[in-house]
Design a protein around this ligand. Structure first.
Ligand SMILES: Nc1ncnc2c1ncn2[C@@H]1O[C@H](COP(=O)(O)OP(=O)(O)OP(=O)(O)O)[C@@H](O)[C@H]1O
Length: 400
């Protein structure tokens, strides 16, 4: 996800959040500004040819397409990022994204940055191509194609190693979700690559970071409460991710954003529902160690790597074509994504951007929500009659 830019580096908007007046003056804190990758200004298309077909992905201000490098014949994913967003120059945010990718070069679980190009209006990040697509697709796939428990354990270990590496280097991703965890191949199932550092920030012990953005289903309670962000904020999202990979359902998703936020802020999660029948107890304990309101009480990435669930041995090899996993641990709800007006342009990803917890009415609607008549990919587990009354919208007082 790419954040919309703050009004200006100095802008200090007073915002009301949960009845509290808070300063939103740290809009650009936590951004890195030094990069070592040369920014090329010669014509990108002289060096790369578009591979016809669907776009790989699309966010609010970026589009990702498959290209082949002419001189090597190697395939890459080129992320075209608009520098101006809503009238603001966002080049610094893009530089930060580049700097984080550079910082993570030695982690095999973070996508590699190959080159950077710049035009008058865009920056183009040439990224390692993750051919297996988003793990989201497997999370919501039909039973046979969905992850097996041992797949989830292996991929979760990789995710945790990648996140532990980032956290050790004081980077928080802040947008961990199944759409931002890609696979090097889908069949046979490859390894993971973490992408999209557009919301990532540096955290330091002497500077508090509070921002209000993310994707509703995956944001931690402290984001909704405009409380300090820390590495624990990512650990919440990893709890949600584990739940989705194991069950194919989204634990906090409500009928609308208000309900989703209410579910998160009240930690409305039950570990005895139908979706979790058949899930091994250590996996449930793992999720329970993360989906905790108090950030300090959540397990760290390093602690998670020692969790008993991830120490379980792989099952004995089955004969080829042995059939259904029959464990009840795969997804039960098939997804059919129907996107209007997609055409040759490829998928418009389901991105819900919370720009501020108090701007509930302003959030971008899910594209799928509004256009697909198909069954939802994920179940809605909690319904609340009460309005989400504590959040108040203050017109004209948005951070971005
Ligand atoms: N290296 C890659 N290889 C293959 N596909 C990719 C790659 N990078 C991104 N994509 C696809 O493009 C999508 C959008 O990429 P990314 O999340 O980096 O862009 P974004 O504009 O910041 O997105 P969003 O606003 O949706 O978060 C990803 O979810 C993924 O499906």
């Amino acid at each position: 996800m790419i954040p919309e830019c703050p009004r200006s580096a100095e802008s200090q908007s007073r915002t009301r959040c949960y009845g509290q007046v808070v300063e939103a003056n740290q809009s650009r804190s936590g951004l890195l500004s030094d990069i070592r990758t040369p920014i090329k200004t010669d014509a990108f298309h002289d060096h790369y040819s578009l591979i016809p077909g669907r776009e790989l992905g699309r966010g609010k201000f970026a589009v990702v397409k498959k290209y082949v490098e002419k001189c090597t014949g190697k395939v890459y994913a080129a992320k075209f990022m608009r520098k101006r967003r809503k009238g603001q120059d966002c080049r610094l945010e893009i530089i930060h994204e580049i700097a984080v990718l550079e910082l993570a070069t030695s982690s095999p679980w973070v996508v590699d940055l190959h080159e950077v190009y710049e035009t008058a209006s865009e920056m183009i990040l040439v990224l390692e191509f993750a051919a297996g697509g988003e793990i989201f697709n497997q999370c919501v796939a039909e039973r046979d194609e969905a992850f097996k428990p041992e797949d989830v354990r292996r991929l979760m270990r990789q995710i945790l190693e990648g996140i532990a590496y980032l956290h050790k280097n004081s980077v928080v991703h802040l947008d961990l979700k199944p759409q931002n965890i890609l696979l090097t191949s889908d069949s046979p199932l490859g390894d993971i690559k973490i992408v999209d550092f557009g919301l990532s920030r540096m955290v330091s012990s002497n500077q508090e970071l509070r921002e209000i953005m993310g994707t509703p289903e995956y944001v931690a309670p402290e984001i909704l409460n405009y409380e300090p962000i820390s590495t624990a904020t990512d650990m919440w999202s990893i709890g949600v991710l584990a739940y989705m990979m194991l069950t194919g359902t989204s634990p906090f998703l409500g009928d609308d954003k208000q309900e989703t936020f209410l579910n998160i802020s009240q930690i409305n999660i039950s570990y005895s529902t139908e979706e979790l029948q058949g899930i091994e107890q250590p996996a449930i304990d793992f999720m329970k160690s993360l989906l905790i309101k108090e950030p300090q009480q959540r397990a760290t990435a390093e602690e998670c790597l020692q969790h008993p669930w991830l120490q379980l041995p792989p099952p004995p090899k089955e004969a080829e074509g042995a059939g259904d996993t029959a464990s009840g641990q795969t997804c039960s709800v098939p997804l059919t994504i129907s996107e209007s007006g997609e055409g040759e342009q490829g998928p418009v990803s389901e991105e819900l951007i919370v720009m501020a917890a108090y701007t509930l009415g302003q959030c971008r609607q899910s594209d799928k929500e509004s256009i697909t008549p198909e069954p939802k990919a994920v179940s809605k587990r909690f319904k609340f009659e009460e309005p989400f009354g504590t959040l108040q919208e203050v017109p004209g007082e948005f951070i971005f």
